[in-house]
Ligand binder design. Structure first.
Ligand code: BMA
Length: 881
């Protein structure tokens, strides 16, 4: 959780010290930076926080790597070392302070820190915060801060050589075929920067988070943790745990205030006796009738503010503030009669079906992500009825704002530690660096109510149980292994390997994920959340999740194992923490990174913006299975998005209708780091793909799901609501001109927080005498005239449906925020798509327009658009072939 000190600017500080109010000095050092390539004479302006690639771009020294295949043209950057410097002034008042430090919130990665040309510290971990004592070298007047960033590639080679063990990594991190070795796993730097199957290889360096100059006298508060002990409707019991650093032993007083929506309550001051050094001291808090924090869709998400202050004999020495929400949460893994165990989250005593997506960093250069981008993206996730995001381990520990927004929006966070599918060095300094990383990040994040789980890593257990066991010749469960192996198509040949290496890799895995991490969670988070060592896994030291009896979570990719989308029906799991299918982003985004000559399916530039193994071949293969071949490039982009929805509609609806057996579906992935064909539902500029509009429907609190499995047709009602619902189920089959061929209506009672079959029939019975190439099944759950849920189902694949071309008529009305467009058609229009070259946000898109039905779309614009109607393009699937 972000802990804010009161920032005294120099001038204010002088006034304050005269009044002897506080002993703290905090000054932002993010101005006046310049940078250069080590060895070159010329220095250029730099931005802090920032990174070398964005600084090179701002100075027009490299082209935008997102455009065309420019990625390949900037690969020289990470083979070089870079230096940054700035000057700052120390006045007499500062010089008199007892302690003076520089506080770096993030340095990427191997940095030597110099003040006035004296080397003060060398860093080795992008995820750590570094405090450097500068008192001994500080001069009154001008001082120079210089930071040398060593080439991450060169340092990675040194680390790998020191490790001196070659074993396979589960991921080919070097997507670009150059002569440089795969060094990502050998350093504590975000893995995705070395290339991933949705990201470019742009391995940057720099001061990626802010820098502060801080000074204090006597004592300061290092952190404040609100440890929740008992939360009920009647009362909340918590402890405000302070970590205080003091330069002398003394008597002091701790004060804690808390507030929700303005009204402040003070807890009785607590006298403490501080020792010289670090002190952990706490104040008990009891809140009567607390406002409880709930996940999105289940209630409000109130966030309490807490302020803690430390008073010495005469004056206040320091003050810190933080926020938290009050709730209980646990991961329930109850043993089941068949030997498996459940896997679901229980929040405030209620089992919650987790609906959401996997989150990867918002940019390949994370230092340039704006507050507005985070706000828009997370709002889009919450608006799509999500209640959980998994912050994936190959990325970064996100910014404070990210988690603040998740708290405010009720988005639960499954937080991976930053490890993804590789084995790592086992030398002492590497472990120490990991320990510091865990302490820094758990301390920063632990007060966020949104974080509901710590997870050790992404897919390292999977890697260990398949790849390593096979590589090292260790026996493993054949059935599990075969399935898992098929998910990892790039297994290296079994080799003769030194038994010492085998022992080392085994030990390293156990040391990091079964000792170092659990110990850090106990020490810094007081075991406030559950720990799951790896995603996916079957259970503690239990591989695989794919066969009976089921336990743990699962990652499942239908295209990787070369199966039709219907294979989703065969795959069981209590919790799908990853699954997905990839698609191109919108035409507008594709046009931005291509020139005219690049705009064909298999052009070199298009291929350079799809990193998934056999990516474009797979899109084409599945497109041919389900859709008529698109007539041109623009249609191809649009149909690729429909194809993604076609897969995910089956998946998300199926998973929800299997509750309570399945209690979570997090699709891969929410967002992108650059313009690319990927599994994401939002592109890198937060433009929704067809999938995102669809997800909002699939994750609605109440849904109705028609499906056909092995000749049995069922309609399932699913409700996340915590009260039962009485409704009427209306069903009909109609042809594409609206003629009703079959209909049925029945009352249903949907039980709270459950799913149930509300209609079933043999499929052949239902569709006898019906031409399924021209028919749609429509289900609606009604409460009086209100539609609680609606859905369509087709008995034939889209390529076999036969549509008639007809106009889509529209009525446009100007509104305060833009326009509303009401669409109708005499025939069924599948996947109606509204688009424009203007900047317009549509309230819905890619929906099926039923014959004779009216659909009204809100079009939000930043101002009036001349000839809006002419500029708005409306097509449907029938226009693509
Ligand atoms: C999973 C993830 C990522 C990857 C995704 C798509 O394995 O954990 O590593 O990008 O699949 O292939």
């Amino acid at each position: 959780m972000k802990t804010k000190r009161i920032v005294w600017l120099t001038a204010i500080w002088l006034v304050m010290t005269q009044l002897s109010f506080s002993e703290q000095w905090v000054q932002d050092l993010n101005k006046g930076w310049t940078f250069h390539k080590v060895g070159s004479a010329k220095w250029y302006n730099a931005k802090v926080p920032g990174c070398v690639h964005t600084d090179l771009m701002d100075n027009k020294l490299i082209p935008d790597p997102f455009y065309r295949d420019n990625e390949t043209k900037v690969q020289w950057v990470d083979k070089n070392s870079w230096e940054y410097k700035t000057d700052f002034t120390a006045d007499e008042a500062l010089m008199k302070m007892e302690r003076i430090i520089l506080d770096f919130k993030g340095l990427d990665t191997y940095a030597d820190i110099f003040v006035n040309d004296r080397l003060l510290k060398s860093t080795d971990n992008m995820f750590c915060e570094w405090e450097v004592d500068i008192k001994p070298v500080l001069k009154s007047g001008e001082n120079t801060l210089r930071i040398l960033f060593h080439s991450p590639v060169a340092m990675g080679i040194l680390s790998r050589d020191k490790f001196n063990l070659e074993a396979p990594n589960g991921y080919n991190l070097e997507f670009l075929n150059n002569d440089w070795p795969n060094v990502g796993p050998y350093m504590r730097k975000a893995s995705y920067m070395f290339g991933w199957d949705w990201g470019p290889k742009l391995t940057t360096s720099g001061i990626w988070r802010p820098v502060y100059l801080k000074a204090w006298n006597t004592a300061r508060i290092n952190s404040l943790s609100i440890v929740q002990k008992e939360i009920t409707a009647k009362k909340a019991k918590a402890s405000a745990v302070f970590s205080i650093e003091s330069s002398e032993s003394m008597d002091a007083t701790l004060n804690v205030d808390y507030s929700l929506n303005g009204s402040k309550i003070s807890v009785k001051p607590v006298p403490v006796n501080l020792n010289k050094g670090i002190n952990e001291v706490s104040v008990d808090i009891e809140i009567a009738k607390p406002a409880i924090w709930w996940p999105n869709g289940l209630g409000a998400h109130p966030v309490y503010s807490f302020t803690g202050s430390l008073k010495g004999q005469e004056k206040e020495l320091d003050r810190i503030s933080t926020k938290t929400g009050l709730r209980t949460v646990k991961l329930v893994q109850k043993p089941e009669s068949d030997g498996g165990s459940t896997f679901y989250f229980e929040v405030n005593g209620v089992p919650v079906f987790a609906k959401g997506a996997n989150y990867i960093p918002s940019d390949i250069f994370p230092s340039r992500v704006t507050d507005d981008h985070y706000r828009e993206m997370l709002k889009l996730a919450a608006d799509a009825n999500m209640n959980m995001l998994r912050v994936w381990g190959g990325g970064i520990y996100e910014s404070d704002l990210f988690y603040d927004l998740c708290d405010e929006l009720g988005l639960m966070v499954w937080q991976d530690f930053a490890f993804a599918i590789y084995h790592m060095p086992d030398y002492k300094e590497f472990y120490e660096s990991i320990q510091k990383e865990l302490g820094d990040n758990i301390t920063r994040l632990r007060n966020h109510p949104s974080i509901v789980l710590w997870c050790g890593n992404n897919e390292t257990d999977l890697l260990w149980n398949v790849l390593f066991k096979r590589y090292f010749g260790i026996p493993y469960d054949e059935a599990e292994g075969k399935l898992l192996e098929s998910l990892i198509p790039f297994l290296p040949a079994v080799d003769s390997i030194n038994p010492v290496s085998k022992q080392r890799v085994l030990k390293e895995y156990d040391t990091v994920f079964y000792s170092i991490i659990p110990e850090a969670i106990q020490k810094y988070d007081y075991n406030a959340r559950d720990y799951w060592p790896s995603s996916p896994m079957g259970g503690y030291r239990k591989p695989g999740t794919m066969t009976k009896p089921y336990s743990g979570d699962m990652h499942y990719y239908v295209a990787v194992i070369n199966k039709p989308f219907s294979d989703y029906f065969e795959m069981q799991s209590h919790f799908f923490s990853e699954h997905g299918f990839h698609a191109w982003p919108d035409k507008k985004t594709v046009y931005e990174f291509t020139s005219v000559s690049d705009r064909s399916e298999n052009s070199a530039v298009m291929k350079s913006h799809i990193k998934a193994a056999n990516g474009s071949t797979l899109i084409r293969k599945y497109m041919d299975m389900y859709y008529k071949s698109p007539k041109n490039f623009d249609s191809y982009l649009y149909v690729s998005q429909l194809l993604q929805v076609h897969c995910m509609k089956m998946a998300l609806e199926l998973h929800r209708s299997r509750m309570p057996f399945t209690m979570g579906t997090l699709y891969w992935q929410l967002n992108d780091v650059w313009p690319v064909a990927s599994w994401a539902s939002l592109d890198f500029q937060n433009n929704p793909k067809a999938l995102h509009y669809f997800v909002k429907k699939a994750f609605s609190p109440v849904i109705v799901v028609p499906s056909d499995y092995k000749g049995q047709f069922t309609v399932t009602g699913v409700s996340d609501k915590l009260q039962d619902i009485n409704a009427t189920l209306q069903m009909k089959i109609m042809d594409f001109s609206g003629k009703v061929l079959w209909s049925k209506e029945s009352p249903v009672k949907l039980k709270a927080n459950s799913s149930q079959v509300v209609y079933e029939s043999k499929t052949t019975e239902l569709i006898k005498n019906i031409d399924t190439t021209k028919a749609v099944f429509v289900a609606k759950l009604m409460q009086g005239k209100q539609v609680l849920a609606a859905n369509e189902f087709y008995f034939s694949e889209p390529k076999d449906l036969s549509f008639t071309k007809a106009d889509i008529s529209r009525q446009v009305v100007e509104t305060a925020t833009g326009y509303t467009v009401t669409l109708t058609s005499t025939v069924l229009q599948k996947n109606v798509c509204l688009s424009s070259d203007e900047d317009i946000k549509f309230s819905d898109n890619y929906f099926d327009l039923l014959p004779g039905e009216k659909v009204t779309i809100q079009c939000t614009t930043s101002g009036k658009i001349e000839n809006f109607n002419d500029k708005l393009k409306v097509i449907s699937l029938v226009d693509t072939y």
